[in-house]
Design a protein around this ligand. Structure first.
Ligand code: XIL
Length: 375
């Protein structure tokens, strides 16, 4: 996708000036699509706008923080939500429904219903699915986190889990986040990860091998936040990726979650980071993009904040478009209504591309225009 990059940058810079936070039905597509954009003029959704080799995804709301809100499982009952989900995206990531605590709540019981429903919906709407996640320190069930196991037991618990969950969706998952957030900020293995702590870092390679055996077609990913700028964490992933590849471990990709805050500046070195992994022969992906901001009193972002937010979204999309094998771009929810951000980051919010009423923000239009220009 490199060839289009210059044109993308020029066109998108101009499109930024033309976008606004108008309600969905009030905005004719033409107002956001300069004539020079070609395909852009009749493109109405993100998935229509996207280049053919780039999946445009979202997290599918349910479980996790939703359970403590007035909206435990929006995907199952919010019809307008489902409509937008089907219309705008061709990739879906269960936000919580494939995590251990959700899908494997007791040692000898799995809960596949919610994940099955997402996979079925995705098939019906021509979407691929990103599986999330298999080896992580967080959102593990109590029986696992608090249990006492021998090393051999723990190893077999992980192996069984991977074979069972990955095997169930064999052939239906585009990419699996096999290892999630395994390094801390200093590039050291996280000791909070029970498998790494008890079994040593070699378990990471095993997780990839087992996942590959269970579904040879899925692309298997390393996934983390805080890798949008170069630093110790990125170095650690690069070294790990090189080692895994040298050992012929089936690792296929490296992903940046890209949970961003407007407090810290746009990730203007993300392209270079992704390129380092592309150079190793790996796929790259953006898996959980959102851009949070400090909300003014009253909770409604200013026009200036929304314009800045759009720039952040565009910086991330441009980075992905500029790197050959960046073929999946996922935002972590598309409406502020269900976003995890206000629950986890006090005083910050409005991090997604649509407001509570699914009204599209400048970030939405900027993404769509940038995609259309790249296509
Ligand atoms: C978040 C979900 O959005 C919340 O619903 C849940 O309560 C906590 O987890 N990195 C990840 C995601 O890999 O799984 C996290 O999702 C956000 C940070």
């Amino acid at each position: 996708m490199k060839a289009t990059r210059v044109a993308v940058a020029v066109l998108a810079a101009s499109s930024l000036l033309t976008v606004g936070a108008q309600p969905v039905r009030a905005v004719p597509a033409a107002t956001t699509a300069p004539a020079a954009a070609g395909h852009g003029s009749h493109v109405k959704t993100l998935r229509q706008a996207a280049p053919r080799d780039l999946k445009i995804g979202t997290a599918v709301a349910g479980g996790g923080h939703h359970l403590e809100q007035a909206y435990p499982d929006p995907f199952t009952y919010d019809r307008p939500y489902r409509k937008v989900l089907a219309r705008e995206f061709n990739s879906a990531s269960p936000e919580n429904q494939m995590k251990w605590e959700f899908i494997h709540p007791e040692r000898h019981r799995y809960n596949f219903g919610p994940a099955d429903a997402i996979v079925r919906f995705a098939r019906q709407h021509g979407q691929v699915v990103r599986g999330h996640t298999l080896l992580w320190h967080s959102q593990n069930p109590e029986w696992l986190a608090e249990g006492t196991f021998t090393k051999a037991e723990l190893r077999s618990i992980l192996k069984q889990h991977i074979f069972t969950v990955v095997g169930r969706y064999r052939g239906q998952i585009h990419q699996w986040d096999v290892a999630n957030e395994i390094f801390n900020e200093n590039g050291e293995y996280r000791q909070e990860n029970i498998f790494i702590r008890e079994l040593g870092p070699g378990i990471v390679a095993d997780a990839f091998r087992w996942a590959h055996q269970a579904d040879p077609r899925a692309q298997l990913f390393l996934n983390d936040y805080g890798v949008e700028w170069p630093g110790a964490k990125v170095d650690a992933y690069e070294a790990l990726a090189e080692q895994l590849l040298a050992d012929r471990v089936p690792v296929h990709g490296f992903a940046s979650q890209a949970h961003l805050s407007m407090r810290y500046g746009a990730p203007d070195q993300l392209r270079e980071v992704l390129q380092r992994f592309d150079d190793l022969g790996l796929h790259t992906a953006i898996t959980e993009l959102d851009v949070r901001m400090d909300l003014p009193a009253g909770g409604v972002p200013t026009a200036e904040q929304l314009a800045t937010q759009a720039q952040y979204y565009k910086t991330v999309l441009d980075a992905c478009l500029a790197v050959d094998d960046c073929n999946s771009f996922t935002i972590w929810g598309f409406t502020d209504k269900y976003s995890w951000v206000p629950v986890f980051f006090p005083a910050e919010g409005a991090a997604t591309v649509m407001d509570d009423d699914f009204r599209r923000k400048p970030a939405y239009f900027t993404l769509r225009q940038t995609l259309a220009d790249a296509r």
